[in-house]
Design a protein around this ligand. Structure first.
Ligand SMILES: *Cc1c(COP(=O)(O)O)cnc(C)c1O
Length: 366
């Protein structure tokens, strides 16, 4: 072991992201919940032209993000002001900033309810922040609130400072229910509640109105999903001005490339056009769900996002092998947390997904 590297990093592996590029050539990429549609050609042309005629490659980008914050505040509505917005290089950077601002250096620990988005735990561990995990109920994937209350009553050290929840959750697709929300509303104000609304444009269900009344709440959103800009790495946090000030203190000064900021502005200006494919995605989600529900091999749950989650009825079904076999046939999905998460793609992609499921199920006596 090299003497100058933190000893606790030895136990961590670096994140192996989606490889993209040629390794997925000819394969439907339905494993990362991106939009199946790139920007329309007119917007691509507009971006190219801005790149050619306006972007100054030799200059630092706008590190204040003022114009984009204003545009986002207008999009979010609900009287949110630009000083209540902080921008990150993807929501991933914001998750890290939240953790730096609240927990680093032994100041706090965090709570997550599994199965959920893996980056909270991964990023916390890189900062040596303890992660407490509680389960969800299998009926509806709501949080086991008895377990959560026990964690809070436990008064561990370092103290619990942050709870991360996705609304709707990934990989399971469920929104927070009223019991969970009432519990969250009643939490002490020295615990930060992070509501990750990465799939808001699909669920159309936001908790942003809570921000006005609750200084211990923050909402995260991203341009990586319905806004079709995953390549540009842009996320935003909505919170009290006090908390966004803390987030701004800990971020890197030029965290957003000029081209990414331009792309986000264009996407917001053309949001009606970009978000117009959402009804199709929701109808296709319904088609996928109904078709897969015909097989007794899987249990399905209803989803409020652009993906569906299924678990095998037979616990001995080898999900890793099943996922690999699907990929060999041309459909890449995510094997996660004892289940399968399938992104809703284009109608043609979804038809192939169903064909590949059917072929595999007919071939093997699962
Ligand atoms: C996809 C996703 C994000 C987006 O992360 P970026 O870093 O903005 O690309 C954030 N949270 C959840 C739960 C997600 O599924």
């Amino acid at each position: 072991m090299v003497g100058f590297i933190r000893a606790d990093l030895a136990a961590l592996a670096s994140y192996t992201p989606h490889t993209g590029g040629t390794s997925t050539e000819g394969v439907d990429r339905l494993d990362t919940n991106e939009s199946p549609y790139d920007l329309p050609l007119e917007l691509q042309a507009k971006l190219s032209s801005l790149y050619q005629h306006q972007l100054e490659n030799n200059r630092y980008p706008d590190g204040s993000h003022q114009e984009l914050k204003q545009a986002i505040a207008t999009y979010v509505g609900q009287k949110i002001t630009p000083d209540q917005i902080s921008l990150g290089n993807g929501s991933d950077e914001l998750i890290r900033s939240v953790l730096i601002a609240t927990c680093v250096g032994g100041a706090g620990s965090v709570l997550v309810a599994d199965p959920t988005f893996s980056m909270y735990e991964i990023i916390a561990k890189t900062l040596a922040i303890p992660v407490i995990k509680i389960p969800r109920r299998l009926e509806d994937f709501s949080v086991d609130l008895d377990a959560a209350a026990a964690v809070i009553a436990n008064q561990q050290l370092p103290p619990l400072r942050v709870i991360f929840l996705v609304h709707p959750n990934s990989p399971t697709g469920n929104l927070l229910n009223s019991t969970e929300l009432n519990w969250l509303y009643g939490l002490p104000s020295d615990i930060l509640v992070v509501i990750d609304e990465a799939y808001f444009e699909y669920s159309q269900n936001s908790l942003v109105t809570a921000i006005a009344e609750r200084p211990n709440w923050v909402i995260l959103r991203t341009f990586s999903k319905a806004f079709r800009l995953a390549a540009h790495r842009l996320g935003y946090a909505i919170a009290s001005p006090e908390f966004t000030t803390a987030l701004e203190k800990v971020r890197l000064p030029y965290n957003l490339p000029s081209f990414s900021q331009t792309a986000a502005l264009i996407a917001l200006n053309h949001r009606q056009e970009l978000l117009a494919c959402i009804p199709e995605i929701l109808a296709e989600r319904q088609r996928l769900t109904q078709s897969l529900a015909q097989y007794p091999h899987f249990r399905l749950w209803s989803s409020s996002a652009n993906f569906i989650y299924l678990c095998p009825q037979n616990p001995s079904l080898d999900l890793a092998q099943f996922t690999q076999n699907l990929k060999t046939r041309g459909t890449l999905i995510r094997h996660t947390a004892g289940g399968l998460r399938v992104t809703v793609g284009t109608p043609a992609e979804n038809t192939r997904t169903l064909e590949h499921f059917e072929a595999l199920i007919n071939q093997n006596p699962y």
